[in-house]
Design a protein around this ligand. Structure first.
Ligand SMILES: [Zn+2]
Length: 264
């Protein structure tokens, strides 16, 4: 039998589960090979050489041996650890959410370099302290773009007319974006999208991360855009990530704590 092909690649762990007595199976995203599954043998033993470094939310350099079902991890080196993003539950939950979105929308062994770069950038800016909600929206918008389902926020999805600043808008995820006020559709009270939310959606498509981080936006508008993107991804990617429930719970606990805190 020929020796298995070995290769070295950058990778980010998207998910993992324990397997057998001491092994762990990892779902990885890599720049060249897209999403792949790999097994780390003996990793849960105390003396494992590679144990502690095979964590999510880090960019790793892995030596892999090609296997029939799974690649086999033979060496691990941590390239970027992004330790700050683990310190806070909301940013940790956001990192999990983005990994789950990437995991759920990529097919195995299909090149996905642009998604790799996107996830890496998202972890970098989350680690650098950008508001988790802004990072998540930026990631959602660009992931949708990479997957070919960019939401339409400039023209009406029905008649193609450029949206104007003095009209009313409806957010229609099943149609792929915004419906103008001249086209027939559901009543405005059921699907209304505010002008500020429309502007913020456009900003996520057009502005770079630094400009987005500096935007001043009312919390209601951030919330409106969050719900809009959640609905949009649920339709266009057929995804309801499990980590969203965790994130919602962490945030409602934090909100409750902030509310209960004594005033100075
Ligand atoms: Zn229209």
């Amino acid at each position: 039998m020929p020796a298995p092909r070995r290769y070295v690649t950058e990778a980010i762990v998207l998910s993992r589960f324990d397997y057998g007595e001491a092994d762990r199976i990892l779902t990885l995203i890599t720049p060249g090979g897209g999403k792949i599954k790999a097994i780390a043998k003996g990793i849960r033993r105390q003396k494992s050489r590679i144990g502690g470094s095979l964590e999510p939310f880090a960019e790793l350099r892995l030596a892999l041996a090609q296997g029939r079902t799974f690649e086999v991890v033979t060496q691990v080196e941590v390239v970027h650890a992004w330790l700050n993003l683990r310190d806070d539950l909301v940013s940790f939950g956001t990192a999990s959410y983005m990994a789950e979105l990437a995991d759920g929308t990529l097919e195995e062994r299909h090149a996905a370099e642009s998604v790799y770069i996107l996830l890496k950038r998202a972890y970098e800016i989350l680690d650098a302290g950008m508001t988790p909600g802004r990072v998540a929206r930026w990631f959602e918008m660009h992931l949708a773009d990479e997957l070919g389902v960019r939401p339409e926020v400039d023209r009406c999805v029905e008649c193609g007319r450029l949206l104007e600043a003095d009209e009313r808008y409806r957010w229609m995820p099943p149609l792929g974006g915004v419906l103008c006020d001249r086209c027939p559709g559901p009543p405005f009270e059921r699907a209304a999208l505010s002008l500020d939310a429309l502007k913020l959606l456009k900003a996520y498509q057009r502005q770079d991360v630094e400009a987005l981080a500096a935007l001043r936006v009312r919390p209601e508008v951030e919330r409106e855009v969050e719900i809009a993107m959640r609905e949009f991804l649920a339709y266009s990617l057929d995804r309801k990530p499990r980590s969203l429930a965790f994130l919602d719970e962490v945030r409602s606990n934090e909100a409750a704590r902030a509310h209960a805190a004594p005033r100075p």
